[in-house]
Design a protein around this ligand. Sequence first.
Ligand code: NI
Length: 169
Amino acid sequence: MAIREIHKYPDPVLKEKAREVTDFNGSLQKLIDDMIETMYAAPGIGLAANQVGELLRVIVVDISTKENKHPLIVLVNPEIVQTEGRIDSEEGCLSVPGYVSTIKRAERVFVKGLDREGNPVEIEAEGLLSRALQHEIDHLNGILFVDRLSPIKREFFKKRYLKKMKAQK
Ligand code: NI
């Protein structure tokens, strides 16, 4: 296992659509292990393959805290098949460090996908898990949470963020 570099906005790989996984071979298993290690090391509650520069439809999510343990979720070719409700909540992203904003998303989701061996998986989620799944699946479609800001807020974000990045160089 290895910790991979997390690609940061405005890296173009984050705008790319990831490809369906068809081969559950050793290199996929290695990628998944690396993603898990990279997510925990960050630390973050989710990671999509695009963020480590691999354009494959793979996400890992673990919303555990010290007090509240949850299972680690590995999903290959995940798909949101049903949503319910709308809710505002604060969000951030390992690829957009130092920035959080309120984003409107579905309250509950029903997600289908495959586990790391290729067996079908179904997940019904609400709360933080629902939000994390939607955020990571967005990544696979080349969408960042800042792309879901209103146009005015997004322009404001871009200006401020790129200025900050320049200042850090
Ligand atoms: Ni993210």
